[in-house]
Design a protein around this ligand. Structure first.
Ligand code: BG6
Length: 485
């Protein structure tokens, strides 16, 4: 392993994301040797903290992780804290000076990452100050990591992008979609493009429909301030679901480079049908969870802490997406995501058309299921002969799943993506053109929904599959969800 040298500025160092995801991810990279002696972190936030207080805070976030106390203790010595008011230019001068001196101490060779792990309304201000107060290094690389939400719609995303672009060019901007770091999401291209028997049939001639399900068992938790202004469409569909959809449907890139993959994604997004507003109600369904049958266990969304008691925000979305190109015309891609579903389940089902029948009993549909979470693997439902004195076809289930031991030492999504940024590997990040396209797609649905408030919320019980209308969406064309817990 070659050691990576880097100085990381974390804006939002006292926040939830840093605590839950970034510090543990950095520690695991340290434990596994990807970063060692020559890395340092400058954490900034509004609060007045000492280095010692900050380091203890980082240490606490590592409690559950493997690794000795000594190792954790040496790790936190790399962390430095500087309180910071994002709108005050002088504070950036302090950050610059601290960066320059730590760069010398840790010999990071001027490599800088700026991690935006705070409320998005400050991203632009910070990016502009990074430039005006000259925090960018001349000797190493400068890269910025942006967490979602990247805007609320096309207009706000564009404004944000324009201001970040004043300080960073597109190649330096890493927009994180953590689903793109998940093992089985990364596994979609190898499954598609290294199996001739899949490659040949991955099109409208053979595929009847595709189903993408992102179910969560959890509710809104303590994120209502964000979620009640965002909703499931922006929170999960605009990014994670459309990214998975793209990987499932894009044309084969010539090589697996960031440029080649982006070019194919962009081509795919051009073919994504943007619905005229009057069609939205036919193609998309929304839901909001009510209480479960045991209300004290799971309150209705509207009774959750900090949620507006009359909230019209959706916690569930199902929809049909169409791609207007020769490969996919006429193949509905059904998507579904919701909070307080029966269980956590992220998966893709590819449903094939039935073969011409020659048997007395019709065969089942052939289905490829790709399990993304909580199990990670693939299964095929194919037809074989029922045993005994008959020629009737019957379903055979073939499956492969990675074992827990195999997965234990694999880098998780955040670790992998942060390491990608350190290495300058942009393949698994979203390009601005992708965001443009996805927001245009989402904005029409949002506009229709905002102008037509739901009258039936809450419309599904906590712990169920969502509203009845999500089943109707498929039933109207004689189809049904493969995954139906
Ligand atoms: C985030 C959403 O992007 O993804 C959350 O903001 C959601 O609302 C989370 O809970 C789900 O991620 P994962 O990795 O747990 O499937």
């Amino acid at each position: 392993l070659s050691e990576n040298r880097v100085l990381i500025y974390i804006f939002g160092a006292s926040g939830d994301l840093a605590h839950r995801k970034l510090y543990p991810a950095l520690f695991n990279l340290y434990r596994k040797g990807y970063i060692k002696d020559h890395f340092t972190v400058i954490g900034t936030a509004r609060r007045e903290w000492t280095n010692e207080y900050y380091r203890n805070n980082v240490l606490k976030s590592l409690e559950e992780l493997p690794g000795s106390f000594n190792q954790k203790f040496s790790f936190i010595q790399h962390f430095h804290y500087q309180s910071h008011d994002v709108t005050d230019s002088k504070h950036y001068d302090t950050l610059r000076e601290l960066g320059e001196s730590l760069d010398r101490v840790y010999e990071t060779q001027g490599n800088r990452i700026f991690y935006m792990a705070m409320a998005p309304e400050f991203f632009s201000t910070i990016a502009e100050h990074i430039k005006s107060q000259n925090l960018l290094s001349d000797t190493g690389y400068n890269r910025i990591i942006i967490e979602k939400p990247f805007g609320r719609d096309y207009e706000t995303a564009k404004a944000l992008n324009d201001s970040i672009s004043k300080a960073f060019d597109e190649k330096q901007i890493y927009r994180i979609d953590h689903y793109l770091g998940k093992e089985m999401v990364l596994g979609l291209l190898p499954i598609r493009f290294s199996n001739p028997m899949f490659e040949q049939v991955w099109n409208r001639k053979f595929i009847d429909n595709i189903q993408i399900t992102l179910f969560e068992a959890l509710g809104v938790e303590d994120r209502a301030e964000y979620y009640d202004h965002t909703g499931a469409l922006r929170d999960m569909v605009q990014n994670h679901i459309i990214q998975i959809l793209a990987l499932l449907t894009l044309d084969k890139p010539e090589k697996l480079t960031a440029e080649a993959l982006r070019a194919q994604k962009e081509k795919l997004y051009e073919a994504l049908r943007i619905y005229p507003i009057k069609e939205v109600a036919k193609k998309f369904v929304r839901g909001q969870y009510g209480s479960s049958d045991i209300p004290e266990h799971e309150p209705a969304y509207r009774s959750e802490t900090k949620v507006d008691p009359n909230s019209k925000m959706e916690t569930f979305v199902a929809g049909e997406i169409n791609i207007d190109n020769d490969q996919w015309r006429g193949v509905p891609i059904y998507i579904r995501t919701g909070k307080r579903m029966p269980e956590k389940q992220t998966r893709v089902d590819i449903v094939f058309k039935a073969s011409d029948q020659i048997f007395d009993k019709p065969a089942d549909k052939t289905i490829i299921t790709i399990d993304i979470e909580p199990t990670e693997g693939i299964s095929l439902l194919i037809n074989g002969k029922k045993i005994g004195l008959t020629t009737d076809p019957v379903g055979y289930q073939l499956s492969y799943h990675h074992s827990a031991e195999q997965l234990a030492e694999v880098l998780d999504a955040y670790e992998r993506l942060i390491l990608d940024v350190i290495k300058g590997e942009a393949t698994n990040f979203s390009h601005w053109h992708e965001l443009e396209a996805t927001w245009h797609f989402i904005d029409v649905i949002r506009e229709y929904w905002d102008n037509n408030a739901p009258t039936d919320f809450p419309n599904y019980k906590s712990g169920t599959n969502g509203p009845e209308a999500a089943d109707q969406l498929l039933k109207q064309s004689g189809r049904s969800w493969v995954y139906n817990p």
